[in-house]
Every structure is written in structure tokens, then in C-alpha cells.
Design a protein around this ligand. Structure first.
Ligand code: ADP
Ligand code: NA
Length: 329
């Protein structure tokens, strides 16, 4: 059976972008693939994380996966730091990947900002750790959003170069599972930036654990323009905030962007926001409730993660044995 690997960083609250761009899609893959869903806490510390918060956010991420429909019996759910193979393989890949490859990664440039000298070395080699995450399990498929395409290319390059340099066929060349257009959810404050945990503005994102009042307030404050709704979604061109809100509306209501536009044709965003709030509250409330229920029981979440790590290790260890043999360790 083909194997999927994916994960999210416990670097803050899980948000609507994570849900629509990742978690919701992961659920559907469980029937057709052997799925490994990881809370990538080692990636999270590429930027400073308060230790107590990291523990809480790791549990929150696991709760979000489960509340979104990831089945921890069917799929493997664990946190990255508990399987030593991630770090070990990442080191080997640090020695396989070329500095030139890393220099081309746009996410490093975005995340490091202007003061690149002050970024952690981990942030720079992050793509090699991501390659290790995937290849440690010989995963064949990775669901990717737009933001991760370049990293997946690097994973393919690393696998190819390792196989070539060590004269082996150990690593598969992973295939992306491209998530539908509309999977990229933008900030509510700036339609040109993606919704992200690392955005300092709380009002830029909808968190999966926001209560109904907070959701309503965030949507009310979302940036829009004074234009009215056109009859067709195509005509929203050049209006990124409007496109984003209609995109979220469509994604959560399983209707097309055109249908939403037609419903609100000639109306302003005040009306759209009212309808959107209803849809968001309606779709997220069950997830928020389930997350809250799960998060009351840390022992349960910890036991899921422990069990998942054990199952992950069982797959990873023979692969690492082959890696060590190939390298000469
Ligand atoms: P963040 O950028 O908030 O730290 P992660 O890097 O942990 O999120 O991403 C976890 C998963 O969620 C990835 O599959 C990523 O593609 C997806 N994702 C994150 N932000 C968005 C977004 N704004 N729109 C769509 N998908 C997203
Ligand atoms: Na990210």
C-alpha cells in the first residue's frame, strides 16, 4: 500500500488554513493510503518556542488532527521528537544536500527576514529535516499545499542524490498529492499573505479553538474593499481579500465560488460576512468542541502520541539500519 506522510508545526494555535489546507484532506486519504501524521515539534523550534507552550501546543495539534477526523487507530499519529530517526537521518541529509539547494528555498528567505545572520541554523537546514521526515518512512506520497512544493522538490533531489552517491535504491522518489486550488487560505488582515501561526496579528487568522463570539469578531474585522459582489468569481480579480473570503465561504459550504457570488450579487461585504460567520461557526463548532473535550484529558492524548511513536519507530528502525549500512556507520 502506498504511504503518506504529513505534519504541522506546534508553533502556535492550529488555524483554519491548517484545517482547509491540510487536516481536512488528510482525513480523506486514510482509506487509500497508510497514513503517518506527525506533529513536527522539531521543526517548531527552528524559531524560539517556550518549552511549556510547546508541550501544550503539541497536545493541541494532536487534538486538532483527531477532532478534524484523523483516526489514531487507522493512521499513525505521533510527535517527531519521539522518534530519533528524524534527527539522525536529517544529519545524513545535511551532508547529502548542497548549500546551493538550500540557498534557493524561498521559505527561508521569508521566515528569516532581513536579519538572516540571526536566524537559527536549524531554520536554514529545515528542508533537510523535512526530507528526513518523509523518507524515514519510505513515504511514497505527500499531500502538499502551494507553500510546500519547493521543499518537496528538495526531498526528491535528496533521495535521488543519496541513492546515487551510495549506489542504492533505498529511497523512493515521492509524489505530491496536489491539494485543490483554494487550499491556500490567506490572512484576514492582508489578502496577499498566507494565514499563518507565525503572523503576529491574532486577527489575521481563525483559530480552531476560537469560540463563536471571537470568530464573529474576527470576520467582522476582516479587511475587505467597498466594492459590491459581482455575479461571477472571476470578476473578483485584483481583490485579494474579497477572493479569500469567498474562497473560505466556498470551501466550508461545499459550494462553488460562483454560487456564492451569485447569491450576494450586488451586495456588499457586510452581507457576505454575516453569511460567512454562520458557515464558519457551523463548521468549526463541532471541531472546537471535540478539541476542548480531548484537551481535558492530557493522559489520553499522550497515550495516543506514545502509541503512535512506537508504531512509527517500528517502520523507521529497519530503514535507518539500511541507511547506516549504506553510509558505512
Ligand atoms: P503554519 O504556516 O501556520 O506554521 P504549518 O507550516 O505547520 O503551518 O503547516 C501545516 C500544514 O498546513 C501544511 O500542510 C500547510 O500546507 C498547511 N497550511 C498552513 N497554512 C496554510 C494556509 N494559510 N492555507 C492552506 N494551507 C495551509
Ligand atoms: Na509554515
Amino acid at each position: 500500500m502506498n504511504r503518506v506522510f504529513s505534519g504541522a508545526q506546534p508553533s502556535g494555535n492550529m488555524h483554519l488554513g491548517n484545517y482547509l489546507g491540510a487536516f481536512r484532506n488528510w482525513v480523506g486519504l486514510q482509506d487509500d493510503y497508510e497514513c503517518i501524521y506527525c506533529v513536527v515539534d522539531m521543526h517548531a523550534i527552528t524559531v524560539w518556542q517556550d518549552p511549556a507552550e510547546l508541550v501544550a501546543q503539541t497536545r493541541e495539534a494532536a487534538a486538532a488532527y483527531i477532532a478534524s477526523g484523523v483516526d489514531p487507530e487507522k493512521s499513525i499519529l505521533f510527535n517527531q521528537s519521539q522518534v530519533a530517526g528524524h534527527a539522525e537521518l536529517a544529519w545524513v541529509f545535511n551532508c547529502v544536500a548542497r548549500i546551493g539547494w538550500l540557498n534557493r528555498m524561498t521559505q527561508f528567505k521569508d521566515k528569516a527576514g532581513k536579519n538572516r545572520e540571526k536566524a537559527s541554523a536549524g531554520l536554514y537546514v529545515y528542508p533537510n529535516l523535512m526530507a528526513a521526515d518523509i523518507l524515514l518512512y519510505l513515504a511514497t506520497h505527500v499531500p502538499v499545499g502551494e507553500d510546500q512544493k519547493q521543499h518537496l522538490e528538495l526531498t526528491r533531489d535528496v533521495a535521488q542524490k543519496f541513492n546515487h552517491d551510495y549506489d542504492t535504491e533505498l529511497f523512493p522518489i515521492v509524489e505530491p498529492i496536489i491539494m485543490g486550488e483554494g487550499a491556500r487560505i490567506m490572512s484576514l488582515r492582508d489578502g496577499t499573505k498566507k494565514m499563518s501561526k507565525s503572523d503576529p496579528s491574532e486577527y489575521s487568522r481563525i483559530n480552531l479553538n476560537d469560540d463563536a463570539d471571537t470568530l464573529a469578531q474576527k470576520i467582522r474585522k476582516a479587511k475587505t474593499d467597498p466594492e459590491l459582489l459581482p455575479a461571477k468569481a472571476d470578476e473578483l480579480e485584483g481583490r485579494p481579500e474579497a477572493q479569500n473570503l469567498i474562497g473560505i465561504y466556498a470551501a466550508l459550504s461545499a459550494r462553488s465560488r460562483d454560487e456564492i457570488c451569485l447569491e450576494y450579487e450586488g451586495k456588499g461585504f457586510g452581507d457576505v460576512k454575516k453569511g460567512l460567520t454562520e458557515v464558519v461557526v457551523d463548521k468549526l463548532a463541532p471541531i472546537t468542541e471535540e478539541m476542548a473535550r480531548l484537551q481535558k484529558d492530557n493522559a489520553y492524548i499522550d497515550s495516543i502520541l506514545r502509541d503512535g511513536a512506537e508504531r512509527a519507530r517500528a517502520i523507521a528502525e529497519p530503514v535507518m539500519a539500511d541507511v547506516r549500512k549504506a553510509v558505512g556507520f
